[in-house]
Write a protein that binds this ligand. Sequence first.
Ligand SMILES: [Zn+2]
Ligand SMILES: [Zn+2]
Length: 137
Amino acid sequence: MEQAEQILKSRKVPVTAVRIRLLRLLEGPGKALSRREIESALEGEADRATIYRNLRALTKNGIIHRIPMNGMPEKFKLAGSSQPKDHPHFYCAGCQRLLCLSAGLINTGKVPGGFQVQSTHLVMEGLCNQCNTKKAK
Ligand SMILES: [Zn+2]
Ligand SMILES: [Zn+2]
């Protein structure tokens, strides 16, 4: 069984051709796409409404993350199995990868007394270790 199908089955989400295509598109370390990029990749295979509906369903099931970005359209990313729901991301301006970072980098215990954190969306921007070493050479 391929990875995409396995992910859907493990979350008890019905396996459909469009869902498999969506997950395959997003496979790979650091891979994250905007809705427009997904739409153009699936052009002729699925219409916008179908893509939208499936992205929403997969996001709701926690299989895909929707990541709000600074100054650019939000991106969709395959959720890592080991990461809790709210963890920071790092966007590399060099290779355009969007990487999951450890949830421990955000200390929600430090908010003022009486505040209750319901969700966090942190995207750090800069250069990843690979691009940073390239630059130094
Ligand atoms: Zn990079
Ligand atoms: Zn992530």
